[in-house]
Design a protein around this ligand. Structure first.
Ligand SMILES: *Cc1c(COP(=O)(O)O)cnc(C)c1O
Length: 430
């Protein structure tokens, strides 16, 4: 594969951008290669700066559930563009979008738009603290909630991929107000939440973990979390930045029938433009300025181009049968992937729900962060490189999801499965 242009761009990038990238995992360090620079993308395909084509299973790390350059989204952005790009004043598109989001996500009565998932989660915990008058935030090992100070304690995604325990630059005073406990462990959960000394404002969780690889929660655990937080007056925040509009129109909460107090959204909601959102019960949301004392603001919040993209995306996924079709397509893909993996001598564990999945290179069930960390990341790196050679674009980390999009064609999925079989065969020869 010719990667001359990408290599030249990376060399230049490293001189002017830390690590040559604007988000750490893009650097591909953990899979032992240099990043490819993308020139354009369409449907299920990305094309790099050298003209190489790949079938894309990263989907910009989640947003591209419709595939790339979806005509409705492109058209909506072009139309909005003609009217100006930012006003710093309310627009009709924000109202329409808020209405659709609240109608789609069962627990959301009011919503505030921001510009990223990180902004959504950091604003949601500020609100939870302001509302309860308490300080402590409980999170789960390996869950990632963006890069705000409070969350960089045993975090997933790039933090886990690069093996960073926390982060320098986060003051101890902040770390001491975040407690991270194991995912899927009911006993530790109950003991922690019932500890009166802790002064707990909120619990934030990925209702399906997607940033330590995909880990589906034990329903008894999630149910218990809801019961305990309700009983103890602790705000339950679902970080549905990945799962929102992915696992169902109403996200994991709709799929599982478990309602949080607050929900954070990002990724899909912007249709590929920078949008985040947080929302929930009116009673809690009314504590945000200007109605209430908890401050949160944003110059580009509810940006008209971003709202146009988000609206076009939402209208598409709300069409009847959208999620059922995606589910069936993902079912078929996952079934065949499981068959291929079962035939291989390489031990793997496939965790999957709906259109998100992770194939871990390990031989024991992956139900929490410690188990995920047992996966053979060198082997994943080799698999990643072999897949890239076959024209398949996977996440450059074992601890991320593979996403199926509505744009993936049966031929593309077949090609990917053939490549996986070939790659596993080569791994077992090695
Ligand atoms: C990606 C992600 C975030 C952060 O969103 P950004 O838009 O990258 O700031 C937060 N929570 C979860 C679960 C995510 O996957």
């Amino acid at each position: 594969m010719n990667t001359t242009h990408s290599a030249a761009l990376f060399e230049k990038a490293c001189q002017v951008i830390p690590g040559g990238v604007n988000s750490p995992v893009r650097a591909c360090k953990s899979v032992g290669c240099d990043p490819l620079f993308v020139a354009r993308a369409e449907g299920g395909i990305v094309i790099d700066a050298d003209g190489n084509e790949f079938i894309d299973f990263v989907g910009s790390w989640g947003p591209m559930i419709l595939g790339h350059s979806h005509p409705d989204v492109t058209k909506a952005v072009q139309e909005a563009l003609a009217n100006g790009t930012s006003f710093g004043a309310p627009t009709a598109s924000e109202v329409e979008m808020a209405d659709l989001v609240c109608d789609s996500v069962p627990s959301m009565e009011k919503v505030r738009f921001v510009s990223s998932g990180t902004e959504a989660t950091m604003s949601a915990i500020r609100l939870a603290r302001g509302y309860t008058g308490r300080n402590m935030v409980i999170k789960f090992d390996g869950c990632y909630h963006g890069h705000a100070d409070s969350f960089l304690v045993k975090a997933g995604s790039g933090v886990a991929t690069l093996g960073i325990p926390g982060s320098p630059g986060v003051p101890d005073d902040i770390v001491k107000n975040t407690l991270s406990i194991p995912y899927n462990n009911i006993e530790i959960l109950e003991k922690t939440l019932r500890d009166d000394q802790l002064d707990i404002a909120c619990v934030i969780i990925e209702p399906v973990a997607g940033n330590m690889g995909v880990i589906v929660p034990d329903m008894a655990f999630l149910q218990k979390l809801r019961e305990l937080t309700a009983e103890l007056g602790i705000i339950l925040i679902f970080d549905e930045v990945i799962t929102g509009f992915r696992l169902a129109l109403g996200g994991a909460q709709e799929r599982f029938g478990i309602m949080p107090d607050l929900t954070c959204l990002g990724k899909i909601i912007g249709g590929g433009l920078p949008v985040g959102a947080y929302g929930g019960k009116k009673e809690i949301m009314d504590h945000i300025a200007p109605d209430g004392p908890v401050y949160q603001a944003g110059t580009l919040s509810g940006n008209p181009l971003a709202m146009a993209a988000g609206l076009a995306m939402l209208k598409t996924v709300r069409k009847p049968g959208f999620y059922q079709e995606l589910e069936e397509k993902s079912d078929r893909f996952a079934e065949r992937l499981a068959e291929i993996a079962a035939k291989s001598s390489i031990p793997t564990v496939l965790n999957r729900i709906g259109s998100m999945m992770t194939c871990f290179f390990t031989d024991s069930p992956v139900t929490d962060f410690d188990a995920a960390m047992q996966a053979d990341t060198d082997r994943y790196g080799q698999h990643f490189r072999q897949m890239l050679d076959c024209g398949i674009w996977l996440a450059p980390s074992q601890f991320e999801a593979l996403f199926i999009s509505a744009a993936h064609t049966p031929e593309q999925l077949d090609k990917a499965l053939t490549a996986i079989a070939t790659s596993l065969a080569r791994l077992s020869e090695a």
